[in-house]
Design a protein around this ligand. Structure first.
Ligand SMILES: C[S@@+](CC[C@H](N)C(=O)[O-])C[C@H]1O[C@@H](n2cnc3c(N)ncnc32)[C@H](O)[C@@H]1O
Length: 292
């Protein structure tokens, strides 16, 4: 993970709603600061793409309270679309998963400020939002109190023992887990990203699912050309040349689905996907469901 501080310190102080005031900046290092990109899309992107609207009331509330100016992120329309698309796909997958396993646990690795439990809470399941200390401090200041079924964990998924650090109780592991890791792995070094997949495959109970988004290898080292990520100082470090690489970290891993964002662009997107696939072996931006 990168550690260059890019933003000035100005922490929020209480969870009470605040009026929109002069734009602030956040006390986050480069990679954690990328959480503002999906937050902006989910809070204010519905109007740009009504057919992909998420209706994320939590994101809107958080953004109002933070008072940060995200207009430059909203101007990056392709990224807003990517985020809304992946959010809806993961939300739909979560609903289907918890319909099959109503008492199961969900875990969001590198959760940023996202709030899937607003949609996935069925009254019986449990959700864990996990991220680096600086992000979890921000969440603590912004979010409503926790409950036994909505938990937070301070977690560095580059640590070799991160799975153990989650301290999942026996009842969580007695059934399949629903795990999300979106907008995260591309910022890790390749060995670290593979280790995250391998840890999931080693420890998750049979039937568990992991949703990850993936970039092609050719994006690595080129974050400066990305309209939103380029502003943060974060760099893309992990990408893949072929979908099979997603399962190469562990024999238990299976690639169940790989969606391309091109599906949002209709026949034009599918045509472009078919054109570039022989060259880069992957969708330009994909969302994978892995299973064990
Ligand atoms: C682009 S944001 C995505 C946030 C969230 N998943 C979403 O979609 O809104 C990247 C997130 O990955 C988190 N992250 C990066 N490296 C991490 C690590 N080693 N352990 C845990 N989280 C990490 C950052 O702190 C940040 O919240």
């Amino acid at each position: 993970m990168q550690s260059r501080p890019t933003q000035k310190a100005l922490p929020p102080t209480s969870p009470a709603p605040a009026p929109a005031v002069a734009p602030r900046t956040l006390p986050l290092h480069a990679v954690p600061s990328t959480l503002l990109i999906p937050l902006a899309a989910r809070a204010a992107g519905d109007a740009c793409f009504p057919h992909l609207a998420c209706g994320d009331a939590e994101a809107s509330r958080q953004l109002r309270h933070l008072g940060v100016d995200v207009s430059t992120y909203l101007a990056d329309r392709p990224t807003v679309l990517n985020v809304l698309w992946r959010t809806r796909r993961i939300r739909a997958a979560g609903r289907a998963f918890f319909a099959r396993h109503p008492h199961a646990w969900g875990i969001n690795l590198g959760c940023g400020l996202s709030h899937y439990f607003q949609w996935l809470d069925n009254g019986r399941n449990t959700w864990v939002d996990a991220d680096l200390p600086e992000v979890m401090a921000l969440r603590r200041a912004l979010d409503p109190p926790l409950s036994p079924r909505l938990r937070r964990a301070i977690l560095d998924i580059t640590h070799p023992q991160w799975w153990q650090a989650l301290h999942l109780p026996r009842r969580a592991l007695a059934q399949p887990l629903f795990v999300v890791c979106e907008g995260v792995l591309m910022y890790l070094r390749p060995a670290q990203a593979r280790q995250v997949l391998a840890q999931f495959a080693t420890h998750a109970p049979a039937g568990s699912r992991l949703w990850v988004d993936v970039l092609p290898q050719c994006a690595v080292g080129h974050a400066r050309w990305h309209s939103s990520v380029g502003r943060t100082g974060a760099e893309f470090q992990w990408g893949i040349r072929h979908p099979d690489e997603l399962c190469a970290s562990h024999p238990r891993l299976r690639l169940l689905q790989l969606h391309s964002v091109a599906e949002c662009y209709g026949w034009l997107g599918r045509g472009l996907d078919a054109l570039w696939n022989p060259w880069i072996g992957m969708p330009l931006y994909g969302l994978a469901e892995l299973g064990v």
